[in-house]
Design a protein around this ligand. Structure first.
Ligand SMILES: Nc1ncnc2c1ncn2[C@@H]1O[C@H](COP(=O)(O)OP(=O)(O)O)[C@@H](O)[C@H]1O
Ligand SMILES: [Mg+2]
Length: 266
């Protein structure tokens, strides 16, 4: 396996009028080609900041991101992003939203118009929305909107998928369905994935490796050696699942206790 993403010595500050807030300090992480990484951490520890740097929306104060060995200088169609709040174009139908991804694709010139439409339809079908192709986002539930966002990200045909707590606002049953969907599709399309979550079960179900963050830092990375496909009901109670769960809980909650202590002691 080769390195797809290299995060090297990243520091990032939010600079305000009167004060500067250090959000990330010396973040280092390599992501292998085809690997599914979950970044797990409590609220405010810097997960979205790190993703915004990977996405090229924020520039680090120092350090660099390399993709395929080349330094990232801004956002680009080589990285597709899915956010928590769906961020669909409200004035475009499902099909048009997904077509938008296809039009931005770096590979679009490789395909005829007919082939592009066929591919767009195949992504809409993959997320189970063929019957809703002509609907507008306001006509869809949150879960359906997030399916559109996933189809649009796939239509970009980028090697890399970046997802920032994409299922946090979705109810638990639908959330399980969407987790299975993203796991299956990312494997099928050989994506390299960075998926942010604060949900331990979600991280275990999805990730090859979980990166636990504490404020400003990476605290620990834990390999999840469970075969795919991972079905939650089948895993819960199994010794390996439970031991990974315990490990992540202690790593994760140690952070939160530290945070509470810091807040209390202010
Ligand atoms: N635009 C901003 N200006 C100042 N501070 C910010 C800004 N965005 C985020 N922060 C702070 O940076 C820290 C990390 O934020 P964020 O990356 O959004 O955390 P997470 O995604 O893990 O919840 C938090 O303490 C947050 O308050
Ligand atoms: Mg966040």
């Amino acid at each position: 396996m080769s390195k797809k993403i290299e995060i090297k010595n990243i520091y990032f500050d939010y600079v305000g009028k009167n004060k500067t807030f250090g959000a990330l300090e010396d973040i280092n992480l390599d992501v292998e080609e085809g690997e599914f990484i979950c970044i797990l951490g409590s609220s405010g520890c810097g997960k979205s900041t790190l993703l915004s740097i990977l996405n090229g929306l924020n520039k680090p104060k120092s350090g660099e991101i390399l993709i395929d060995g080349k330094r990232v200088v801004g956002s680009g169609a080589d990285r597709a992003v899915v956010f928590q709040n769906y961020s669909l174009f409200p004035f475009l139908t499902v099909k048009e939203n997904v077509m938008f991804g296809a039009k931005k694709s770096l590979k679009r010139k490789e395909f005829s118009k007919e082939e592009r439409i066929r591919r767009v339809n195949s992504y809409i079908e993959a997320v189970g929305l063929l019957e809703a192709v002509d609907k507008y986002p306001f006509e869809l539930s949150g879960g359906m909107q997030q399916r559109v966002a996933i189809a649009r990200a796939l239509a970009l045909e980028s090697d890399i998928l970046l997802l920032d707590e994409p299922f946090s606002a979705i109810d638990p049953k639908l959330r399980l369905e969407l987790q299975e969907l993203i796991s299956e599709l990312s494997k099928k399309h050989k994506k390299t994935v960075v998926f942010i979550t604060h949900d331990i079960d979600e991280a275990i179900l999805l990730a090859d490796r979980v990166v636990v963050m504490e404020p400003k830092h990476i605290k620990q990375t834990i390999n999840i050696n469970l075969p795919y496909p991972r079905v939650r009901e089948e895993l819960v109670g199994k010794p390996l699942f439970e031991s990974i769960h315990r490990k992540l809980i202690s790593s994760f909650y140690e952070n939160i206790e530290e945070n509470i202590y810091e807040e209390v002691s202010l």
